[in-house]
Design a protein around this ligand. Structure first.
Ligand SMILES: NC(=O)c1ccc[n+]([C@@H]2O[C@H](COP(=O)([O-])OP(=O)(O)OC[C@H]3O[C@@H](n4cnc5c(N)ncnc54)[C@H](OP(=O)(O)O)[C@@H]3O)[C@@H](O)[C@H]2O)c1
Length: 251
């Protein structure tokens, strides 16, 4: 069960090697999280991540999860919930892709869309149903500012995040009043392996800052969290710029 401050005792991470997710898990373990499920594609990195969290005192399990295999989600995630209540699900898997290659190779673009959107719709609905059966818990969804307005430079990733964001908002409304809380997190540029080698965007931030914002959002039971918070205002302005002006911006 969550404590009086809304922080989870048990956590299921979808995308178990995500740097943002692991920073969040470390922060929550330092508060009161005791059980962590890292769901992801089997790899040495997944086992290493589990080992590091165990070193912080948590009881950590790994489970095979592939966003691109929605037919397996019900069985894989159902087994986790069958082991006991999950207070928080962190949906953190995602693929940035390579915009230039993905425009040339539609199959690669589809992989981005299927991972970020279709995979999340499937896993999100499976988890939402289990959380609803429990009658409590938070589903925290890693969206992105990239979904706020499609940019020339990454509209394939951006459009997949726009779909994910809209899905998560709707799911939050559907679950309102059930005891289940859905929180949409919209980070800007975060320094992780996903963005390694890319030119840094203004207001760039860190996985630890996202983790701190997630903790605050859980305590406040927020529905939407921007990281950094100033991006809310920046994106509100950018969202309303005329197309012709937005197109010429170096974003
Ligand atoms: N970094 C940023 O600037 C930024 C900004 C806004 C939002 N976000 C979002 O935040 C989330 C975490 O990103 P991050 O920066 O922590 O990136 P990351 O370290 O690259 O993590 C991405 C995660 O997605 C997993 N993944 C990819 N395809 C998968 C699949 N088919 N099935 C299961 N897992 C899959 C990866 O697992 P493997 O180890 O198997 O590859 C990895 O765990 C993502 O949704 C990302 O879009 C990131």
């Amino acid at each position: 069960m969550k404590d009086a401050f809304g922080l989870p005792q048990s956590l299921l991470v979808l995308g178990g090697t995500s740097e943002i997710a692991l920073a969040t898990a470390r922060r929550l373990i330092a508060r009161r999280t005791r059980t962590v499920w890292l769901a992801g594609r089997p790899s040495p990195a997944l086992e290493e991540a589990a080992g590091q969290l165990r070193g912080l005192g948590a009881d950590v399990h790994t489970v095979t999860f592939d966003a691109l295999d929605p037919a397996s989600h019900e069985a894989v995630l159902g087994k986790v919930f069958a082991e006991g209540d999950v207070d928080m699900v962190l949906l953190a898997f995602g693929l940035l892709g390579d915009q230039a290659r993905d425009e040339r190779e539609p199959e690669a673009a589809v992989r981005v869309a299927q991972t970020n959107y279709t995979g999340a719709v499937s896993a999100g609905l499976v988890c939402a149903r289990s959380l609803q059966s429990q009658g409590h818990g938070s589903l925290v969804v890693m969206s992105s500012v990239a979904g706020e307005r499609a940019r020339r430079a990454n509209f394939i990733y951006g459009s997949s995040k726009a779909g994910l964001d809209a899905f998560a908002q709707g799911l939050g409304d559907a679950l309102h009043g059930t005891g289940v809380h859905v929180m949409v997190v919209r980070p800007g540029f975060v320094r992780t392996r996903m963005t390694a080698g890319l030119p840094e965007a203004p207001l760039a931030t860190t996985p630890e800052a996202v983790a701190a914002a997630v903790e605050l959002g859980l305590r406040r039971r927020s529905e939407t969290v921007w990281v950094p918070g100033t991006l809310r205002v920046v994106m509100a302005a950018l969202r309303h710029l005329p197309r012709g002006v937005f197109r010429r911006l170096p974003v």
